[in-house]
Write a protein that binds this ligand. Sequence first.
Ligand code: ADP
Ligand code: ADP
Ligand code: ZN
Ligand code: ZN
Length: 844
Amino acid sequence: MPPASSSPAADSAGFVRVRGAREHNLKNVDLDIPRDALVVFTGVSGSGKSSLAFGTLYAEAQRRYLESVSPYARRLFHQMAVPEVDAIEGLPPAVALQQQRGTPTTRSSVGSVTTLSNLLRMLYSRAGDYPPGQGIVYAEAFSPNTPEGACPTCHGLGRIYEVTEKSMVPDDSLTIRERAIAAWPTAWGGQNQRDILVTLGYDVDRPWRELPQQERDWILFTEEQPVVPVYAGFTPEQTRQALKRKLEPSYMGTFTSAKRHVLHTFANSHSALMKKRALQFMLSSDCPQCRGKRLRRESLAVTFAGLDIADMSRLPLKRVASLLQPYAEGKGRGHARQAAEHPEQAIVSQRIAQDLVARLAVLLDLGLGYLSLERSTPTLSPGELQRLRLATQLYSNLFGVVYVLDEPSAGLHPADTEALLAALAGLKKAGNSLFVVEHDLDVVRQADWLVDVGPAAGEKGGEILYSGPPEGLARVPASQTGRFLFGQEALPPRPPRTPSGWLELGGVTRNNLHELEARFPLGVFTTVTGVSGSGKSSLVSQVLVELVAGHLGQEVPAEEEEGEPLERAAPVLSGGRITGGMEHIKRLVRVDQKPIGRTPRSNMATYTGLFDHVRKLFAATKAARARRYDAGRFSFNVKGGRCENCQGEGFVMVELLFLPSVYAPCPVCQGSRYNAKTLEITYRDQSIADVLGMTVDAAWEFFAEEPLVHRALTVLREVGLGYLRLGQPATELSGGEAQRIKLATELQRAQRGNSLYILDEPTTGLHPSDVEKLLAQLDGLVEAGNTVVVVEHDMRVVAGSDWVIDLGPGAGEDGGLIVAAGTPASVAKVKASRTAPYLRRFLA
Ligand code: ADP
Ligand code: ADP
Ligand code: ZN
Ligand code: ZN
């Protein structure tokens, strides 16, 4: 008899045993889940799926792993908090493939994330065609990010930047006082430079163009940085007097020319926003030396299959794979000669080509063949990035690992989802376990084991409703998931609405769209479909948004500040015009999944405007009036009522030696964000901090008598956010939650009709039951006389729309056409459409 061990039967039976899990809303749950299986976690949004899969299982696996590495290595990980759980047994090491919230911050490309670029460089170095007489180029020298490889003229940027008088002084009829030098800093910084020029004797009140050229050149371009006395607030005349009398100056100021300021900001600022501003005042053009290819001449002279490495990196992966295929089979051009003259080189080139082709095949299987190696990751969707990382795992040949994935089907057309399922099956076959948080019923159906969390969200969730093979869920009436998994698929037929007009676009050119004509019906609900990479976002989220916004004089909301300003500087080939229908559109509303704020300072209550009303209610109480507290006193963003120790954040950052710094509740206000005096004021026995701690559902009952607050809360509940706390920091919200908050904020505005609403995959992260709520909201918008256009993969939603525009037929250069357009029933009959077969299943 072997001695009893701490992890007996369950472990040997191939199960992971979880005991007493209490992370976030989990209610002290116990759970046994099989290893070496595809386990899918389901449940409505906010029920606790991620708290279980990521917050508990993955966090614990990571904690154990980190205990085994050096403190130095530990610092390199984004460490998760230690989970609230009594015990977990039988847990293998875990790899998380979580979707990034917001945009990824690190700059990389498809080639670098997948490590394919390294291989390709090796191929060029070892097996490329060299011009006669040129020595070998080492692999690193095929990368523009190394000193060996970078083009010496543009330093590997591919573009050169210059500043000119015209670029820095756009309007030369202005005086310096009127900010003729637009490139100088705004606000105080610019004023300071102007005051320095006054001291230096320049006329800041003459139109720029009337100043002598020599003076203008010095102000704009000099490298000199004189330090001179500044008399703040003095007129030029008073300044002259003060200088003459050698009066004590306000301070000594350092002059910086506009050129110096722009170039310095561009090169050194850590703020992407500042860099972007600097870029406005610079002219950029393709580098004449490398013609934008970023590499030095020797590297570009080496070719493979007739292409230099820069051209190769710009091809879709699918083309790269077919170009390399013959080489992998030893049949490439010149192989026979090479095999005879340099047999070892021939073997090397075949090996590398084989490896590349095998890795590329995985990417093609996952439906990513339309991407190119040089494509930068900030321009990819989170779903595309997750699949790239998944592909990298697929050929890294690990086994005995748990992969924890977050909605891998996000952004995938049902046809792409089949490829994804095949890839997951491959990982499982290699001896790994898969724990997947997922809403897509096609994925849920493939599970070996289902864990359904619920029954509802937040405090009303956090229980395990079911854990077992999928069929068994049919016997759990409390499960929302079961209702959809085993329920009627087809929707009751509804006659599509008739459009009230058409918004027509012509000559649309962007990414893979070339001179496309498209028309969107007005006053109805339209879904835009197509496989991943077919051009849906290019058409809807880019061109349609920009054209309509431009027409209305509305500003296109700037892209996220992060990402790479250099990338953006390269001109996007873009075209298109509105040819009709704008007379019916008065307003454009874009509801996307971008975060509503990046600091814990913004939260749902502040974003929706709800908190303004609440603060007024507190200021109107007798006690507040007696103390003369106004509504500002109840803000945690300004001095007065907030806790000054944490400046209203509720948290303070604690620096730890050898470990990533952590946020801890503020010791002065215990996380309440307010000072004691403010907390003394109560509204119906609750302090302002208590209100921020309420869930939307609780606040809805509490404020039943306050129409303004109640209305805002009602809408939040209607979009399925009743479980969120009012003060939940923006940084803790998922993309889907952020999108629904934006939608709710829009919905509580007065409905005027004639607005165009554009949403990109609003069902991402939503349980089918939440999708129903969302659809009811969108339907309400259409009923009120608005137009709704949605990029969508969920065929239930598509089937329930009034009009479908199907892009394709394939991805990238194989897509970009409108394959079908019409009512769902008519699109479902189009043979060439890859959407049609999936759509048919949902039409009665
Ligand atoms: P799901 O993955 O099912 O959508 P989550 O596990 O993300 O649900 O959330 C479950 C509950 O825990 C929700 O009420 C959510 O608001 C809360 N929650 C999630 N993340 C955090 C966090 N970092 N801090 C506090 N509460 C959280
Ligand atoms: P979908 O929304 O249907 O998935 P997209 O409109 O995102 O498709 O992409 C269509 C094509 O345009 C793809 O080949 C994609 O790689 C390319 N593409 C999209 N965005 C960019 C970009 N910012 N830079 C370069 N190519 C892009
Ligand atoms: Zn160059
Ligand atoms: Zn505090």
